[in-house]
Design a protein around this ligand. Structure first.
Ligand code: ADP
Ligand code: MG
Length: 442
């Protein structure tokens, strides 16, 4: 398959679980990847109307999802383009909506995330074996089942794998991220439908709850989740939860919930070692049917020590580049391409970590907002890109929505002085630095 098509199929797989079923079917289902160039990814859609709608409504979600998949930020353009074949095969993996009356969108699973496609190594074998066991025998032994580990290590993948397996045996499983749970709960409050919201979890066998850390600081949402949890637990329904850290390290998670979690099995996924990373890359290369040599895969494994998502992203990006330029992927060329990816990635990681810390979006940060919080977050990015990644003021300016290097230099100086004078700010920056170190380790 052409790399752009392959990449877009993966993006669709992710989007399918992030947008509502109606939106997916109307706007995304009949789209396809046309080309993947250095700075722009082109998506073909059936009409100008669809192109306009996607540009207005889903552009930033699509861009973010695409960036996660290929491991670097890239612009997305929609163009009217007929494809030879409709991509119907993408939706066949949708599970039935049977029994769950309201939000049909939350029980769909990414077709790529199965047990078969999960590579097992020392780092994850316990999580894998337990996930398989609970998919076979839900609600029996390991309940609740809690997996924690840093980003991109396969936690979501395992939850979906449980969902596939259980639904194939006729069981009802719901996958929902804590983020989405929060949004829908808030909406339910507004519409006075909290009861209905909670009811949709009633008649299921398995609840797959992703990224619980997102509700740790949300009191009401946690309370609602606690009720859902108890009701399922008392009915012997299986609950599987993921997080980026162990329950005891989530200071804001309620003690009631923590003690419930402690009754089940808590296991971690560690970053994969060299052999596991290589096996994962070999499997992904096979799945993508690329002609990349094993020597190149080994080189990639050595160079990219981050998480599996980055590894996969690099492989996809390099394959696309090779196809685009027609040049063979020699070790020298790989080294050159990787240097450009990793420095771009380093800047992206800073941006993401800072917006997460300040609870802003990337758009807000690089946009024109000038309130105190946004301005401070922007200065933090400038300071960290300079200090941690040695970026030039011009590079930073480009990253932050084309600001001039003079403005950046000014902000940098201001921030350096502020940090010296303000202990609290200093502590905040140290905390962000610690999360950055965690991101780039591995
Ligand atoms: P997390 O939820 O931990 O952040 P994901 O489950 O989203 O991570 O995984 C990121 C990407 O890496 C996905 O494409 C997933 O399929 C892949 N991946 C992670 N771990 C493995 C593994 N052990 N075997 C195969 N693919 C993996
Ligand atoms: Mg995840």
């Amino acid at each position: 398959m052409e790399p752009a098509r392959e990449i877009w199929q993966r993006v669709l797989g992710e989007l399918q679980i992030q947008v509502s079923k109606a939106n997916y079917t109307t706007w995304l289902k009949n789209s396809h990847g046309v080309s993947c160039q250095e700075d722009t990814f082109v998506v073909g859609v059936p009409s100008a109307f669809v192109a306009e709608w996607l540009t207005k409504r889903l552009h930033s979600l699509i861009r973010k999802t695409l960036a996660e998949i290929i491991g670097r930020d890239i612009d997305v353009q929609f163009t009217v383009h007929n494809q030879d074949q409709p991509q119907d095969d993408l939706v066949h993996a949708n599970q039935t909506d049977g029994g769950i009356s309201t939000k049909a969108k939350i029980d769909r699973f990414n077709p790529r995330y199965t047990f078969d496609s999960f590579i097992v190594g020392n780092c994850n074998h316990l999580a894998y074996a337990t996930a398989l066991e609970i998919a076979e025998n839900p609600g029996r032994t390991y309940n609740p089942f809690f997996i924690y580990g840093s980003t991109g290590q396969g936690k979501t993948h395992l939850l979906h794998a449980i969902g596939h397996k259980a639904t194939s045996k006729g069981l009802q499983a719901i996958y929902i991220s804590a983020d989405r749970f929060t949004n829908e709960f808030v909406l339910a409050i507004k519409q006075r439908q909290v009861e209905e919201f909670r009811n949709q979890f009633k008649s299921i066998h398995i609840l797959l709850f992703d990224d619980i850390q997102f509700i740790a600081n949300k009191k009401q949402t946690q309370q609602c989740f606690f009720h859902v949890f108890n009701e399922l637990y008392n009915n012997n329904c299986q609950i599987a939860i993921t997080s980026d850290c162990a329950p005891q390290d989530m200071t804001l998670l309620s003690n009631k919930l923590k003690s419930r979690l402690a009754c089940g099995l808590i296991t971690s996924i560690e970053p994969p070692d060299f052999d596991t990373r290589l096996s994962i890359l070999r499997a992904k290369a096979k799945e993508m049917m690329t002609s990349i040599s094993d020597e190149v895969l080994q080189l990639l494994t050595e160079r990219i020590k981050g998480n599996v998502r980055q590894l996969e992203g690099a492989l996809i990006y390099l394959t696309a580049q090779a196809k685009l330029t027609g040049e063979e992927l020699t070790p020298q060329r790989i080294n050159r391409l990787l240097t450009s990816i990793t420095s771009k990635q380093g800047r992206k990681v800073i941006l993401q970590t800072v917006v997460d810390y300040f609870d802003l979006s990337i758009e807000e940060l690089i946009g024109k907002k000038r309130d105190r919080k946004t301005a401070l977050a922007r200065r933090a990015v400038i300071y960290l890109m300079r200090e941690e990644r040695n970026c030039s003021f011009a590079e930073i300016g480009k990253e932050l929505g084309n600001r001039t290097h003079v403005a950046i230099a000014h902000s940098y100086k201001k921030m350096a002085n502020e940090i010296n004078a303000n202990q609290e700010l200093k502590a905040g920056i140290m905390e962000i630095k610690r999360s950055l170190d965690l991101e780039s380790e591995g």
